[in-house]
Structures are given as structure tokens and as C-alpha cells.
Design a protein around this ligand. Structure first.
Ligand code: GLN
Length: 501
């Protein structure tokens, strides 16, 4: 259909789609897929670039873990800010576009000179992801009418897209970085992000009114003025974020402040709502969000301590194939998500047919039980180690399989429940809060990882193996406790959720 004759679909037309998925989901799927390529490509090389003593930042394990946690924490903390500005000023589409452009610039800057430009480029990646990430997920939620039972499946599919991007990015950028140059790794991330934005630019007309500016009632010039202020404000924050990630002490201060501020802002918005039923749903959403912090703190060892563990303590052998353990560390989770997400979706549908599908709270509880089992297996890798401290990549990968099943009980379900429990005018903010929880998770992940690393940088591999696996044992116990608490609390949370399942 030519541009001139194209008629924008209405919201109703979009939401009354037939079949399992609306076609717009596929467009968002591909846009997000390329964005996650860029993000996970960058994330995959982060710690190994930082500890590279010659061509990287020459940091110690401990500092790299802390810095990794700080960077990831900032990335996800900015989603809260990106979500609010999308709700109030930009709308999801413009936010996403702006965020994407900033991410591209950030990665290009690092590619130009990784050692000198790293912090500036990462600062831009942080701001860019903040504007991009929560808002595309909110748009997925908007494709569905309230009560449409196909929403969870939609998020499941979207989550596969996320992970296809993460898999390709994690593999390619790590490979380029480790075997060619760090510049190529960041350049690949930037180029692929351009692909994401092009996909969005060509397909956004099919989204009808979804993601439009919330200020369409204002005249054009005052709307533009407000938008410009958001763009300028976020660029002005560059020096501030730059300083805070360079010095992890400031990260601590930032993290101590942003969470309480977010909660205060949440309460302020909640009190403005007159319906008690809506307020209760928001509280239920907050409980899910708070529990997800613990989940991500453990899960996100993957980019930090598990990445270093993979670099040093694992053999290059998976089921008889010679393979780099860092590539496995960065890709197996995504691969398992892609394989198992549709299967688990079918399992829920099958269980629902027999009226035995666990509700959202139970799924969250199960997620923690799987998490506990996975960390027990990471701990158990020590029993397969040789005298040099090198252990089995097969067992390590099995742990990733289990942790992924846990993730699938929590992460896509969490995205979906946040869109179900949030009133429309707070959609961006609530999605931002969901990811802000990941920020705290990431931050705690860095601290936990640093706590697990041996104080002596020159310790032998067997000592490093024992130090990290001791840590994994403790995480396993705490995950188990969190799961049990959640299951015990389930009747209370379900009451708050009312008719939402
Ligand atoms: N892996 C998922 C994503 O990239 C979830 C990340 C998170 O919330 N921490 O979207």
C-alpha cells in the first residue's frame, strides 16, 4: 500500500485482532530484537574489556564487578526516568527514537577509541536505553484490550525476540572483542541498533495511536518546547552520570536516593487516584516489583561473577565440542529462552485447560525455586573440578538451563502483569519501576560478585573456584527462602490483584 493511501488503524482495530498475535507485535519484536543485540553485545564485553590489562581498562576483578554492577544499575535506573518522561511529555514512540539515537552515538564513540572514550560512550548508552527499553514493552501492552487472555503469550513471544537479539549480540560482540578488537565489538552494537531504528521507522505507522504524544491537546509549538526541554535535560545529565559511573562511591549515593524517590513519587501518583480498586492493583504491582529485585540480583551474576568464572575456571568443552566458555556464558541463557519460552507458553495453556495453571504469584514463587536449584548446580561445579581448578562446562550449562526456566516464570509474566495492573496514564512509569527493580538487582549483583571474588588477585584458580562457588551456595539458600515467603504471601497478593490473574 502506498504512503498516500495508507490509513492508520484505530486502537480498536488493532486490539480486535484475530489469531494468536497482533501483527504489530512482530514489528515491535524485531525493533526490540536489534536493540537487545546492541545492549547485550555491549554488556557481554563489559567485564572482560574492563579486566583486559593491555587493551582494556586494566581493572581488578573486584573493581570490574563493582563497575559492571554500577553501569547496569544506571542503565535500568534510567528506565524509570525514561518511562515518566514518555508518560508526561514524549509519548512512547518519540522516547524510543530518541533513546535509540543516543545508544547508537554511545557505541560509536566507544568504538572510536575504547580505552579513552569508554565512560562517555557508556554514559550515552545508559541514557539511551532508559528512553528506549521500558517504552517498547509498554507499547506491547497497549496492543491488548483489558482482560485479553492472549497478552501473556504476546509477552512470551516478545521475550523470545529479546533473547534472539541478546544471543546474537552476546555471541558476535564477545567474539569480535576477544579475537579482533574491542572497537569492532562496539561498532557492531552501534550498526545493529541502526537496524532496530530503521525497522521501527518503517513499521510505526501500523501502531495507529499507540505511543503517540500525551500532549496532543497542546498546540504544536508548546508541545515541541516541552519535548526539547526533555532532550536538552537528558543531554545535560551526561556529565553527572559520567562522574557517577567513574567513581562507584557516587553510584552508591545515587542508588540510595533513586529508589526512595521512586517510591515517594509512586505514592504521590497513587494518592491522586480516587478508585481504591486501582490503588490496590498498584500495590500488588509494587510487591511483584520488589520481589523481582532479589531475583535479578542473583540472576545477573551472569554478566559479572559468572562471566569471570567462565573466563578462568571452565574447560573449553561442551558435549565434546571445543567452545569458548564466555560465549556459552553469554548465549546459553538466551538460547534456552528461545527454545523454552514457546514450550512453557504451551504448558500454561495446557494447564489452564485443566484449571491447574499456577497464578502469577505462584509462578513468581516457582521462579525462585528454580533459581535456588540453578545456584546449587553452579556451586556443585566444584565437585567436577580438576586439580588446576578447571571444571565442567556441561554442568555449568545445565545450571543455565534451570535458571532460564526460573526466568521464564518471572520475567515475561512480570512485564505482562505490570501492564495489567497499571492504569493507562501511569503505564510508562510502572514499566520503568519494573526495570528500576532490575537496576537494584544489577547493583546488588555487582556487590555480591565483588564479595565473592578472592581478595588476592593473584590467587590460584582452585582458590578462585572455591571462593565463587561458596558464594553460589549462599545465593541458592537465599533464593529458596524468598520463594517460600512469596508462596506463603500469595493469598494476600491475590486479594490485592482482584480480578486480574
Ligand atoms: N532479559 C530481559 C531483557 O533484556 C530482562 C532484563 C531485566 O529485566 N533485567 O529485557
Amino acid at each position: 500500500m502506498s504512503q498516500a493511501t495508507f490509513v492508520k488503524p484505530t486502537l480498536q482495530e488493532i486490539q480486535n485482532f484475530e489469531g494468536n498475535y497482533p501483527k504489530q507485535l512482530w514489528y515491535l519484536f524485531f525493533t526490540e530484537m536489534w536493540e537487545r543485540f546492541c545492549f547485550y553485545g555491549m554488556r557481554g564485553v563489559l567485564t572482560i574489556f574492563m579486566v583486559d590489562q593491555v587493551l582494556g581498562l586494566a581493572l581488578s576483578d573486584k573493581d570490574a564487578n563493582l563497575k559492571y554492577g554500577a553501569i547496569q544499575a544506571f542503565v535500568y535506573a534510567f528506565t524509570f526516568i525514561g518511562g515518566i518522561f514518555a508518560d508526561k511529555v514524549l509519548g512512547f514512540r518519540k522516547s524510543l527514537f530518541f533513546g535509540g539515537m543516543v545508544m547508537i552515538t554511545g557505541n560509536l564513540i566507544i568504538a572510536f577509541s575504547p580505552q579513552t572514550m569508554f565512560y562517555l560512550g557508556i554514559t550515552l548508552s545508559i541514557i539511551g536505553t532508559g528512553f528506549f527499553k521500558p517504552n517498547i514493552s509498554s507499547m506491547v501492552g497497549d496492543l491488548y484490550k483489558e482482560g485479553d487472555s492472549r497478552r501473556d503469550a504476546g509477552f512470551g513471544l516478545f521475550y523470545s525476540g529479546i533473547n534472539i537479539g541478546a544471543l546474537l549480540g552476546g555471541a558476535l560482540c564477545v567474539y569480535l572483542g576477544k579475537y579482533y578488537s574491542w572497537s569492532y565489538a562496539f561498532l557492531a552494537a552501534a550498526l545493529v541498533m541502526i537496524l532496530g531504528l530503521v525497522t521501527f521507522a518503517f513499521t510505526k505507522k501500523h501502531l495507529g495511536p499507540i505511543g503517540d504524544s500525551p500532549l496532543l491537546n497542546l498546540d504544536e509549538s508548546s508541545r515541541k518546547k516541552k519535548e526539547l526541554m526533555v532532550y536538552i535535560g537528558s543531554l545535560l545529565s551526561i556529565p553527572l552520570i559520567f562522574i557517577m559511573i567513574k567513581n562507584t562511591d557516587y553510584t552508591d549515593m545515587f542508588m540510595y536516593t533513586i529508589g526512595p524517590l521512586a517510591i515517594i513519587y509512586f505514592i504521590y501518583e497513587m494518592l491522586k487516584i480516587s478508585s481504591e480498586a486501582t490503588r490496590k492493583k498498584l500495590i500488588a504491582a509494587l510487591i511483584f516489583i520488589l520481589f523481582s529485585i532479589i531475583f535479578w540480583a542473583f540472576f545477573e551474576q551472569s554478566g559479572g561473577s559468572l562471566s569471570l568464572f567462565a573466563k578462568r575456571n571452565l574447560e573449553f568443552n561442551l558435549l565434546g565440542m571445543h567452545i569458548d566458555p564466555n560465549v556459552i556464558n553469554n548465549t546459553s541463557n538466551s538460547l534456552f529462552v528461545i527454545l523454552f519460552s514457546p514450550l512453557i507458553g504451551l504448558l500454561w495453556v495446557w494447564m489452564s485447560g485443566r484449571k491447574i495453571e499456577p497464578n502469577t504469584v505462584m509462578k513468581f514463587g516457582l521462579a525462585f525455586l528454580f533459581l535456588a536449584a540453578a545456584f546449587y548446580i553452579f556451586y556443585a561445579t566444584r565437585f567436577y573440578a580438576n586439580e588446576l581448578g578447571i571444571t565442567s562446562l556441561n554442568v555449568f550449562t545445565a545450571a543455565y538451563l534451570i535458571i532460564t526456566i526460573g526466568e521464564l516464570c518471572l520475567s515475561p509474566i512480570g512485564l505482562s502483569i505490570v501492564t495489567k495492573l497499571s492504569p493507562k496514564h501511569l503505564g510508562g512509569m510502572m514499566m520503568g519501576m519494573w526495570f528500576l527493580a532490575s537496576a537494584y538487582g544489577q547493583y546488588a549483583a555487582g556487590l555480591l560478585g565483588a564479595g565473592m571474588s578472592t581478595p588476592d588477585e593473584n590467587a590460584g584458580l582452585p582458590e578462585k573456584l572455591i571462593a565463587y562457588t561458596d558464594g553460589y551456595y549462599q545465593l541458592s539458600i537465599y533464593a529458596l527462602i524468598a520463594g517460600v515467603i512469596l508462596i506463603i504471601l500469595s493469598p494476600v497478593i491475590r486479594k490485592l490483584m482482584q480480578e486480574v490473574k
